[in-house]
Design a protein. Structure first.
Length: 263
């Protein structure tokens, strides 16, 4: 499947459209990765296939340490510890995007694209509903939305690690671009501000590895550079608006790796 065949950002659903029949969006588990099995030899196996060892959820671990550059007082430290204990700060293990030995079948690629597109549409729909009349399935706060995005980013990261790039990076670009629109619509607290920086730091790390591997063309490098520049400016404003203090150093490092490679 060529990059020309990969769809861009999925269409934004209306706020009152019906929710798709998707699994609960918490953190992904083994069954989800089994469903998205990336082993070409098991494509025709009935039922959920045995997950390849490289796709083990052990590759995605809870990071107990906070990202560098965030200073906190006692109250902020308590917020961060609580955030971590509740499992909000889940980051992909920093793994190199270097395994190019596996090529997925068209059916498996289609399965992956369909799944991720539906998840993105579900996130967009819940975001729209949280600012409309239908709030039954909406996000109550930024924390809930970031959890879903972190989960999806981790799934994409695992697919990049275990198979050749067949367009998964387009979804990361979409997520990075939409993240600012999502973030500015919710009240920002120190806890979800830390989580927001963590998610962006994870995206930056993946972007840098994809760039180094040569999987971004010139147009994509220009796109991610623009997103990175816009994100740095916008988050400074959002943090000032929310009176979030102690994150100045971390804000200065947002998308640092991406900008070093695309500036």
């Amino acid at each position: 499947m060529s990059y020309d065949q990969i769809p861009g950002s999925p269409p934004h659903p209306s706020g009152d459209s019906q929710m798709p029949n998707l699994p609960p969006v918490n953190y992904y588990d083994k069954e989800e990765l089994d469903f998205l099995d990336l082993n070409p030899d098991l494509e025709n196996t009935p039922g959920p296939a045995t997950m390849d060892a490289a796709c083990s959820v052990d590759m995605v671990q809870n990071q107990q340490s906070m990202i560098p550059g965030i200073e906190d007082d006692e109250q902020q430290a308590d917020s961060k510890n609580k955030l971590t204990e509740e499992g909000y700060l889940v980051r992909s293990e920093r793994i190199p995007i270097s395994d190019k030995s596996r090529v997925l079948t068209p059916t498996q690629q289609t399965r992956f694209h369909t799944y991720v597109t539906e998840r993105l549409q579900s996130i967009q729909r819940r975001f729209i509903q949280s600012h409309g009349l239908n709030s039954e399935h909406s996000y109550k706060n930024l924390d809930e939305l970031l959890i879903d995005l972190a989960q999806l980013i981790d799934i994409i990261t695992v697919s990049l690690k275990t198979s050749q790039n067949f367009g998964q990076t387009n979804y990361l670009i979409t997520i990075a671009n939409d993240l600012l629109d999502y973030s500015e619509k919710y009240p920002l607290t120190f806890a979800n501000a830390v989580e927001l920086i963590t998610v962006i730091s994870n995206i930056d790390d993946i972007f840098s590895k994809v760039i180094d591997s040569g999987d971004f063309n010139g147009t994509e490098c220009v796109r991610v550079n623009g997103i990175a520049e816009r994100s740095r400016l916008a988050l400074v404003y959002l943090f000032e608006r929310g009176q979030i203090v102690g994150c100045e150093a971390a804000l200065g490092k947002l998308y640092e790796k991406t900008l070093e490679r695309t500036g």
